[in-house]
Structure formats: C-alpha cells, structure tokens
Design a protein around this ligand. Structure first.
Ligand SMILES: Cc1cc2nc3c(=O)[nH]c(=O)nc-3n(C[C@H](O)[C@H](O)[C@H](O)COP(=O)(O)OP(=O)(O)OC[C@H]3O[C@@H](n4cnc5c(N)ncnc54)[C@H](O)[C@@H]3O)c2cc1C
Length: 304
C-alpha cells in the first residue's frame, strides 16, 4: 500500500490525527502499524510539554513530558506516518469524506482523530514559571505524590481549596496550610480546617520566593508564608478552535467533548481523545484512548 505523503492534499487518507500529545502519538503508532495512510498534524505546546517528571506511566520509571513526546514522535515516524508541522484550522465533512484545512491546504481523510489537548492558564504570581512543575503544581493526580512529607501550601480562590487541603492531608503530608486567595471561607469550612489541623491564611499572593528551591510566598500586604511546595489554582483552555462550527455534543458543563467509550464523538467518524474529551486527563489515559480509537477505525476501514 502506498504510504501517506503529507504534502499531497489530493490523496484520500485513511486517517488524519491532530496533535502529537500522548493520545495522538499512540493513535499514530497503531494506525501506522496497520500500514494505513495516516497524516499527523502538530504544533508545539500542549500539557505534556510542561510535565517535568511523569512517574506514573507503566514501564517508564520517570520521564519528562518533552522526552516522552520526542521518543513517541520518532516511533511514529518509524511506522511511516506522514508528519506536518502545521496548525489545523478547520474540519468539515462526514465519515468517509472529511476535509481538514491546515497550512493553507485542504486535506481529505476518511477518519479524523482530534487529540489537540489543552493549554494551562496559570495564576499571575511573579516567578511562577521558575517553579511550575518542580514545586508549584496545579494537578493533584499528576503531582500530589511529589508533595509527600513536605511543607505544603494549597492556594485557591474558592472553597474547593478546602476540599483539596483535606484530601492532600489525608494522602500526602501532615503539614498543610490553606491560603484562601482573595476570599474568606464560610464558617463551616473554617471549622472543618480547624478540626483537620490545617492552617488557614486569607490574603493575596503576589510572588513566589526562592532561587532554585521554593521557600515561600509573599502576599500583597508583605506577609511571607513559608512553604516547600504549592498546590495552586490554574485552569485549562481546550485547543478546540478548529472544531467550532461542528455540531459536537459536550459534557454536562458544556465544556469538554462528549464521546462514546471508543472515543467517537457525536459526529460519526470523528474521534476525540485526551484532554479534549470528558473524563480524567492523564498521559497514560490519553495513550490508551489513542490505541482504542485507532483499533476502532481499523475495524471500519477493513470492515472486520
Ligand atoms: C505540569 C504538568 C504535569 C503533568 N504531569 C503528569 C503526570 O505526571 N502524569 C500524567 O499522566 N499526566 C500528567 N500531566 C497531564 C498530561 O500532560 C495530560 O493528561 C496529557 O497531556 C493529555 O494529553 P493529550 O494527548 O490530550 O494532549 P497534549 O499533551 O495536550 O498535546 C496536544 C498536542 O496538540 C497540539 N495542538 C493543539 N492544537 C493544535 C492544532 N490546531 N493543530 C495541530 N496541533 C495542535 C498541541 O500543541 C500539543 O502538542 C501533567 C500536566 C501538566 C500541565
């Protein structure tokens, strides 16, 4: 079978994959090993590129996000998948006949996998980037373990931080303080924190302190709160602009994209993976979803 030529927008491809995070890369590995005509679009960025040390990925004791992605990309190349460094701008069409606009050209494909993930929105604290992923974390599932036994400050703008503080104390460290960022928790939460032995500070963080290691946080009123690690607030924005205009079902919050368990969205033939999709977001989950979508697509292509 002739392999995909990424610059050839005339060929009807078997599958276009958007995004070279763990989900998109794993889908490409499976699709490439089926000898299908596959084209992967990618641009730098994505959540995995920020991960300093993934240590919950089976078979790999510890790896940085960028190294995991580079290794995955060369694995994908070795199976003959065509790769284009271009941003996908729009998708139209239907199962068997999708059109994907990227880099000023329109490509045609029978199936599409959207695996373009999400990007972090970080709090505007001075020096945050110095510590992000090393000692300032935003994801308990990813990095909670790294706070084990350390002096932890949980920072949140909502009472959700109370819940996080209690959970962190139950799982990782006895030394937890909650910094209520710009609000005063309701009395019921104050009592809960007191009962759990968790300190409460109300204030507005401005700057993270320390050169190599995090030493504390300076508040706008000048107070300094010592800590070794922070679980701070953050958020994500989905990389889904190119999906606008499609009639896609979203989750109950109207945010992430709803899919069937095999990853197929409400548009037949368009599969959605990873951080774009409802459910928990972890590298190994995205990779599993990539494998599943690829297998499902293969059964349709060869009518198994
Ligand atoms: C600091 C940090 C630490 C983390 N630690 C862990 C951990 O220890 N373990 C773990 O399992 N998970 C961890 N995660 C979460 C993990 O990174 C995500 O669950 C995972 O990245 C989701 O993968 P994904 O496949 O959805 O895509 P992403 O990794 O988000 O990648 C998507 C890719 O698509 C590209 N893209 C976006 N838009 C377009 C477009 N229009 N056209 C072409 N390409 C596009 C992006 O640039 C990116 O390269 C961490 C996340 C962060 C931020």
């Amino acid at each position: 079978m002739e392999r995909a030529n990424g610059t050839d927008s005339e060929t009807l491809l078997d599958c276009i994959v958007i995004g070279a995070g763990p989900g998109g890369l794993q889908a490409c590995i499976h699709l490439g090993r089926y000898n299908f005509r596959v084209l992967l679009f990618h641009i730098p960025g994505g959540r995995t590129s920020y991960a300093k040390h993934l240590e919950n990925y089976l078979g790999i004791p510890v790896v940085s996000g960028p190294v995991l992605l580079e290794t995955g990309l060369s694995q994908v190349k070795s199976f003959g998948v065509a790769i284009e460094k271009a941003k996908v701008e729009r998708i139209t069409g239907r199962e068997g006949a999708f059109e994907v606009l990227a880099g000023g050209k329109t490509y045609r494909s029978r199936y599409v996998i959207a695996a373009s993930g999400a990007n972090e929105s970080l709090a505007p604290f001075k020096n945050l980037h110095r510590f992000f992923g090393h000692s300032y974390y935003t994801c308990m599932i990813c990095d909670g373990y790294r706070t084990t036994g350390k002096k932890l400050l949980v920072i949140d703008r909502t009472a959700n931080g109370v819940r996080m503080s209690v959970a962190m104390k139950q799982m990782y460290t006895k030394d937890v303080t909650f910094l209520a960022h710009g609000f005063s928790p309701a009395p019921v939460y104050k009592t809960l924190l007191e009962d759990e032995g968790i300190g409460l500070i109300e204030g507005r963080p401005e700057e993270l302190l320390g050169e190599k290691n995090l030493e504390g946080v300076r508040l706008s009123d000048g107070r300094i709160i010592p800590c070794e690690v922070i679980l701070g607030w953050g958020g994500i924005t989905l990389n889904d602009e190119y999906l606008e205009g499609l009639d896609l079902e979203r989750d109950a919050e109207g945010f992430k994209i709803a899919t069937k368990s095999n990853g197929e969205s409400s548009i037949p033939g368009l599969f959605v993976l990873g951080a774009l999709r409802h459910g928990h977001s972890q590298a190994i989950i995205s990779a599993g979803q990539g494998a599943e979508a690829a297998i499902e697509i293969s059964t349709r292509i060869v009518e198994l």
